[in-house]
Design a protein around this ligand. Sequence first.
Ligand SMILES: [Cu+2]
Length: 120
Amino acid sequence: MTRNTFKSAANVNVSANTNTNAITTVARRLIFGAVLSSVALLASAAEDLTNGVVRRIDAANGKVTIKHDEIVNLDMPGMTMVFKLQDKAQATGLSVGQAVRFHVEMEGDAMVITHIEAAQ
Ligand SMILES: [Cu+2]
């Protein structure tokens, strides 16, 4: 009786240690995965800039028509099309005929320009 009780207590300790180690390993993997994802997001935002030329600006509706090169992150060939600006203020400083570099993301059904700058 005494012996069995002692043995059970020892088993509980062993399984408790095992669980703690398992949780720590899972936590480490999650943290490592989150760090990798953040780095990947930063890299894609920095690298996926597309060259284009502004063809039309609809500042009131926050839209801009751009003749663009291939958009790598959307797997889209070059064409002329209308984009939504994430913020209408992004239209400020743009002019028709201007060469730009921009980043576009799918937001629902819309292709939204999250960043646009004058091409150097
Ligand atoms: Cu397009």
